[in-house]
Design a protein around this ligand. Structure first.
Ligand code: HAS
Ligand code: CU
Length: 549
């Protein structure tokens, strides 16, 4: 058998640079997270020089924007190189490094403005809360850097296509490109918000801001952002996991179709974050809710595909009965174990999402800690645990080291602890939210209100969960640095699943990006064209900035 392609040294360096920043941000964010949980649980009181909302902002920005984006870009570069011959094109790699430095500078600007308490506006930076302009510029650089990196990936993909005319593109490269196409479309919203509204307003060039427009532009980005997090996890579930469990990719065509569906429908659904807001007519909210239900479909297809993969592997290994395959999965392998837990957690996470999207139920849960519970299961568990599982083989692959038996077992322990922590934390958050507990508040007793006081046991459970998660985070960060610098030298494979023999060829139309991007733009115009025009032509009274902290 030919030796497997590996990611070359140059790409490895690039990819590792991204991943190490990602996990450094993750570690810092985890410290903020445990402090928040302990503050709300009543175990610590924030000192006067460090505000609750300040660390909440740091936690959200570092986890939600920095950890994810850096990890994703690093992982996708490696995936593209691995499936297009082992290396990136020189131009692609150069764009990778330019993107990296832009993102590092942007992150540094955000960290400094948050630490100096000039940007305590949370990761959603809602106007009229007004941060230092350098915070918005930092966030913009983070995004522009990721664009440049994305263009680098497109360059590699296009070059491969040119050199291999008529051939089906490698699945990982295709899905990586889909993820970055989605990201380019999504970030147009926040780029417009930052450049046309927030930056001029925070410099004082204009006095007032159109709040409903700024929030709409934010969620134009904020919703597809969640699929930018999710799709790299799906890349792993669809194309890498089959190899780890000893099977094959169930269907090349369905995999590509799922990613195309995400590119099409992810953006024109942002109003499901604004269902309770005035200034947007209900017919547009209705359209966005309808499309939100549509975007759940590719995830349901994914659930089906995963079961199909598991079952085919199990049957091939001689399993019988309805669930016999379950015993045939490689439970001892941390690369699979954490991945499986991630998938399992995505079931309640996704159900919660569908509850959120239902207009009447959204009235019950909106702005409560339920929502915080929801996103700690989605991005904080399904996505984050998938990234952890990837790190167990990707980092040693990049550094020419080995995942030792002990490191493997520690990885599994990490997965167990993360899950237990989330049961406590996310579970209690969901219940608290249903009781009416608000999200984004420093205090939890609201002037010793008897109802709020009766929620205290749940806040304590959240805190216990947070502490367990913090321990798991420390283990994860240690493992990452061990695998990068200390683990014994060796070879760790970058697993890529082969496609099972298919009844039919993958329809070529799935690779026609021009069609899909055009259709996506049309859908965005349908979903947002009229409401945004209306917000600009009939703006609500402008608002001056406030500093709430
Ligand atoms: Fe969400 C709020 C609706 C998915 C993240 N979401 C948020 C926020 C974040 C977030 C961060 O409609 C808060 C933003 C803020 O700060 O205000 N969400 C949805 C819907 C989905 C959904 C319909 N969300 C995600 C994902 C996220 C994420 C993914 C991150 C990665 N979400 C909402 C709404 C709100 C919201 C409202 C606003 C709430 C409010 O009022 O503020 C769907 O995409 C979910 C579809 C998923 C499924 C699950 C499929 C299951 C699979 C696993 C199979 C497992 C196997 C293994 C096979 C249908 C694929 C099992 C094996 C066994 C043996 C059992
Ligand atoms: Cu959303």
């Amino acid at each position: 058998m030919a030796t497997e392609t590996r990611v070359d040294r140059k790409t490895s360096k690039l990819s590792l640079a991204y991943i190490l920043v990602a996990f450094t941000a993750f570690g810092l964010a985890a410290i903020c997270g445990v402090l928040q949980g302990m503050d709300r649980g009543g175990a610590v009181t924030m000192p006067t020089w460090l505000g609750y909302y300040q660390i909440l902002t740091a936690h959200g920005v570092l986890m939600g924007l920095v950890f994810t984006t850096f990890f994703i870009v690093g992982f996708l570069f490696a995936g593209i190189a691995r499936t297009t011959g082992g290396s990136l094109t020189p131009a692609g790699a150069r764009m990778g490094w330019i993107g990296y430095w832009l993102m590092v500078i942007g992150t540094a600007m955000d960290v400094v403005t948050i630490l100096t308490n000039n940007a305590t506006v949370l990761y959603t930076f809602y106007a009229p809360m007004k941060a230092s302009p350098y915070f918005y510029i930092g966030a913009t650089l983070l995004i522009v850097g990721s664009w440049v990196a994305g263009w680098g990936m497109f360059h590699c993909f296009q070059t491969w296509r040119k050199n291999n005319p008529g051939q089906r593109t490698p699945l990982i490269a295709f899905t990586a490109v889909a993820t970055m196409v989605l990201w380019q479309l999504a970030t147009l919203g926040v780029a417009a918000e930052a450049l046309l509204q927030l930056i001029p307003w925070s410099f004082g060039w204009v006095d007032k801001i159109n709040v409903v427009l700024s929030r709409t532009l934010f969620w134009f980005f904020g919703h597809p952002l969640v699929y930018f997090w999710l799709l790299p996890a799906y890349i792993c579930w669809y194309t890498i996991m089959p190899k780890i469990v000893g099977g094959k990719v169930f269907s090349d065509a369905i995999t590509r179709m799922v990613f195309v569906l995400f590119v099409l429908i992810s953006t024109p659904i942002g109003f499901h974050h604004q269902l309770m807001e005035p200034g947007i007519s209900e017919k547009w909210k209705f359209l966005h809710v309808g499309l939100t239900m549509a975007i759940a479909l590719p995830s349901m297809i994914t659930a089906f595909m995963l079961f199909a993969t598991f079952e085919s592997v199990g049957r091939a290994k001689g399993a019988s009965g309805l669930f016999g395959w379950f015993k045939k999965l490689p439970w001892g392998d941390a690369r699979f174990f954490s991945l499986f837990l991630a998938m399992l957690w995505f079931i309640p996470a996704g159900i919660g999402g569908i509850i959120n999207a239902s207009n009447q139920l959204n009235a019950v849960v909106h702005n409560t800690v339920w929502v915080t519970g929801h996103f700690h299961l989605t991005v904080g568990t399904a996505v984050a645990m998938t990234f952890f599982a990837i790190s167990y083989w990707l980092i040693p692959h990049l550094t020419g080291r080995k995942l030792t038996k002990t490191a493997n077992d520690i990885g599994k322990l990490q997965g167990v602890l993360w899950s237990i922590g989330m049961i406590f934390m996310s579970g209690s958050m969901h219940i608290l939210g249903l009781l009416g507990g608000p999200r984004r508040t420093a205090g939890t007793t609201y002037g010793d209100d008897p109802t709020a006081l009766s929620w205290m046991p749940l806040h304590k459970l959240t805190m216990i969960g947070g502490i367990i998660l913090f321990i798991a985070a420390v283990i994860q960060v240690s493992l990452v640095f061990y695998l990068a610098f200390k683990a014994p030298k060796g070879e760790e494979e970058f697993p890529v699943g082969e496609v099972a023999e298919e009844a039919q060829e993958t329809p070529r139309i799935l690779e026609r990006w021009k069609i899909w991007v055009t259709l996506a733009v049309v859908l965005i115009l349908i979903g947002y064209g009229i409401p945004i025009t209306d917000m600009i032509q009939n703006p609500p009274p402008g608002v001056e900035g406030i500093r709430t902290w």
